[in-house]
Design a protein around this ligand. Sequence first.
Ligand code: SAH
Ligand code: F3S
Length: 469
Amino acid sequence: MLVDQNILTKKRSKSKSKKMYIETYGCQMNFSDSEIVASILSEENYISTKIIEEADIILVNTCSIREKAEETVRKRLNFYNSVKKRNKNIMVGVMGCMAERLKTKLLEEEKLVDIVVGPDAYRDLPKLIKKVEDGRKAINVILSKEETYGNVSPVRFLSNGVTAFVSITRGCDNMCSFCVVPFTRGRERSRNPNSIVVECKELIKNSFKEVTLLGQNVDSYLWYGGGLKKDYDKANDNEKANSINFAKLLTIVAEECPELRIRFSTSNPQDMTEEVIKTMKSYSNICNYIHLPVQSGSNKILKLMNRGYTREDYINLIDTIKKHIPDCGLSMDMISGFCNETDFDHAMTLSLMDYVKYDYGYMFKYSDRPNTYAHRKLEDNVSDEIKSTRLSEIISKQRQHSLENNKKKIGSKFEVLIEGISKKSEYDFFGRNMQNNVIIFPKQKAKIGDIVTVEVESCTSATLIGKIT
Ligand code: SAH
Ligand code: F3S
């Protein structure tokens, strides 16, 4: 009898599993966080669903980086409202940067929202859900000195099964004057290297082939036993002697996980060291690719942005990278129309682009963000029209450089990791080479997850096109 009872209880608890629908906006860190949240809730018997109507909880992981990103989420909230009208029992939670930035205001402004949870409070979600089940609204937006979710094993529901993100730092101390991230993600802290290696090994076990180590500013990684980066000075001699910087972390991951291709993002020009570049060069499994946001080519603007480097410093860094790794892929972030930007400053940006000839770029119009230094102290005095004109000039220059760089690769052969089926043709695969170029080629007998040699035959500005050799 007792045994039967147990089986019954087990069955009942299994059938009681609930469904979570998680939607993610913004940076790679948000995508990585959503997988952490899925893991935390899977412990509570939640399984992930792609069908919003059948969800017990809708969670939206939000971005505050530009006004437009927030507008997109507001529109989605309107849509969730219509879903909630049809099913009153669905809970709606807002996570991520908007939750942190707007706090209780979100509950006041968006009546459908039940839960507001900031990036450091995801472990509290089960409790917040209980509170809502008891008929109350729930909020936790406390930022942490310690939280890195080091021991949470992400549920990789967003992954293609081949490449994955592993976060190594959280928060940012850089205080770029335009950026809301230090306010929404708190102060910088690094994750225990052992837990990073454990997660990477788990990826290998699950047949993943590539990892991207993630942080707002990976070069600033510093493990000395836990705690905020800014408190490193308070560490004792032993902790300091045994501390691990980003170059050391890269070495450890490269040596412990020779089967994995390793990428990292994002590098900050003011913190990237020659040691990191030399480490990249020393290990064949570390990809020859650096995303190195510059934001502007003008010293005046870089200073107003509080970026911590000059145009000349940046050019020196590019030269150092090219000296050690001549075929290194390079991409950037650029902002057009920051406060006080003149035609001359914009011309400096274009000329810097001509010098570097990036392979790829993420380019944005400046968007004034509440609370930032730029919002409080500088005037958003470049008209939207000029911002747009300058942005389109930057974009068209980048397109031209991407095309030129890609054309030079015609005839070359690359080791390509196959990530999936091409969006344009079911007969083709797409993958990336070490330099992060996207390459499309006929499937032949290869499979997703294979590394194949592809010869480039033609290209567009965005893609290389070739065949397996
Ligand atoms: N270090 C971060 C940067 C996050 S923000 C990282 O991991 O990528 C990503 C990019 O958004 C920035 O590099 C910058 O180019 C852009 N950005 C940030 N704040 C912005 C703003 N207020 N207006 C326009 N673009 C912005
Ligand atoms: Fe933002 Fe600058 Fe940090 S862009 S995320 S404050 S490096």
